[in-house]
Write a new protein. Structure first.
Length: 501
């Protein structure tokens, strides 16, 4: 957990309090109520700290909008500030007050136009519970500096996104990629500087983790340029807010749009692509794109968009070493996809495949792999593919969901980076294997890591086979004898109370 938090489990406690106020409201609907309020609180907190600073300086410019815009702080009009909103927490007009505040903030800040939620006054939204939410967020204890406030509120936003994904099941999972998967991809491809692109950006988690990675490695966030695209209008707005909370500037296109049919970044050739596109989409409109320039390795099947996504990403990669890390559902073995896969391997753009453990997603049990693709491979990876079988990693956090630890993530990432950089990599039976294109061809170009890494070696305990079998059969004989004794005892007990077996 990052420094500057108020206490351990802060996000969880806040979630529990907010979720209690949900009552019978559907999670998909409540999500926008809560996340919109969190964003409003962040905007107001950021503004208020700068406002107090300007007041203390005494130049009379504390209401000068330019003073805030110059420091990338959203300007908040007087009647939209949290200090005003909280006065109406017990009023039936609280919904109207919040809607007015959202509208006023949008009018003062061009980058937020059409982004904020503005339906808090609707009749079906319980105003008492809405007021209680306002009170709850009023009492959020954030640090004394703007940086700490952004960190805490940003983490709360991310945590709430994950909890809503869990509550909503499939619907939520469509816009939220579990943090451990994102951290694995980011740790593998290390996006330090240049253009980062996500063509299915959901709520923007890939970008937030990339920025965090840069900061943790003493890099400068200003050295990365963020480009994204998202087709769902509501999720597109969530991404805009998620990035704004972290003061990350991003080009998410002029509006929400379908990456296949309305590419918002046609000329982009990115240094890094990070993505988790929707799995196995059948109605992606492939029949209208049969002659598309992006299908360099073969025309994707109309009934499944998986390899359309891969080729869309390859199309947008910088030809001089651009690298892509993406999530893909396993089992893509139709005839068309097999042909595309073959051409991609022969074209030497597939660099690493990682088989991931099951149950990492809230939304689906479909097994997935991570694909690392690169244009212009380096000397150590040219003509080769690294296979990693990580299916045994991770731990269950509840009955449904598995998570990778930081140690698990680093085991995968360091293995890949050592191989790619030629620094001390070795094949490990049952975990990782470097394969040549010829070896992959011998496997009919099927890219399942288990085919290459083999079975993990069992440690030899030094006991000769004959002795071990004698010992085990002796133990088994004893267990059989014990079983017969127990059966006889049960018969006697049952017979004593009149039940004969």
């Amino acid at each position: 957990m990052a420094a500057g938090t108020t206490n351990i489990g802060f996000e969880e406690k806040l979630w529990q309090a907010a979720d209690k106020l949900r009552s019978n409201m559907d999670a998909a609907e409540y999500k926008h109520v809560v996340l919109g309020l969190i964003f409003l609180k962040y905007v107001s907190d950021s503004f208020e700290e700068k406002h107090q600073q300007l007041l203390a300086e005494g130049y009379g410019d504390e209401e000068d909008r330019d003073e805030y815009i110059a420091e990338n702080i959203f300007y908040v009009p007087i009647d939209a500030r949290w200090s005003e909103i909280k006065k109406y927490a017990t009023s039936t007009d609280i919904g109207k007050v919040i809607d007015h505040a959202m509208d006023a903030i949008e009018k003062e800040n061009d980058s937020l136009k059409g982004v904020l939620t503005k339906n808090y006054s609707r009749q079906e939204l319980d105003k008492t519970r809405l007021g209680e939410l306002v009170t709850l967020f009023t009492n959020i204890e954030v640090g004394s500096t703007a940086a700490q406030e952004r960190d805490v509120l940003g983490r709360v936003y991310e945590y709430f996104l994950s909890k809503f994904a869990s509550a909503e099941g499939k619907l939520g999972g469509e816009f939220y990629t579990p943090s451990c998967i994102v951290r694995t991809l980011v740790s593998m491809i290390e996006p330090f500087e240049g253009q980062i692109f996500d063509p299915a950006c959901g709520s923007g988690g890939m970008f937030c983790q990339s920025a965090r990675f840069v900061k943790e490695h003493q890099g400068n966030v200003r050295d990365i340029s963020i480009f994204g695209q998202e087709s769902n209008p509501t999720t597109w707005k969530l991404a805009k807010m998620n990035l704004a909370i972290r003061q990350l500037e991003a080009n998410l296109g002029k509006h929400n749009a379908d990456s296949f049919h309305d590419d918002q970044h046609k000329m982009l050739k990115a240094n890094y692509i990070l993505a988790n596109p929707p799995f196995n989409i059948s109605d992606w409109g492939g029949e209208r794109l049969q002659e598309d320039i992006r299908w360099k390795y073969g025309i994707p099947p109309v009934g499944n968009a998986n390899f359309a996504w891969l080729q869309h990403m390859l199309h947008h990669l910088n030809p001089a070493g651009g690298v892509c890390g993406t999530v893909l559902a396993n089992g893509s073995n139709t005839s068309n996809e097999g042909n595309i896969r073959t051409n991609m391997v022969k074209g030497d753009v597939v660099e690493c495949i990682v088989a991931m453990p099951s149950q990492l997603f809230y939304s689906t049990g479909i097994p997935v792999s991570l694909w690392i693709m690169r244009k212009g491979k380096g000397v150590y990876s040219k003509g080769k593919v690294l296979f990693i079988d990580a299916r045994k990693l991770g731990h269950m956090v509840d009955r449904k969901v598995r998570e990778l630890s930081e140690e698990d993530i680093q085991k995968i990432a360091v293995t890949y980076r050592n191989w790619w950089k030629g620094t001390g990599y070795e094949d490990v039976q049952g975990f990782c294997k470097e394969a040549t294109i010829e070896e992959i061809e011998a496997q009919d170009f099927i890219l399942t890591p288990g085919r290459y890494v083999g079975i993990e070696e069992q440690e030899d305990d030094g006991e000769p086979f004959e002795e071990k079998m004698q010992r085990l059969t002796s133990e088994l004989s004893g267990l059989f004898a014990e079983s017969i004794e127990l059966q006889n005892e049960i018969r006697e007990k049952l017979g004593a109370i009149g039940y004969e077996l």
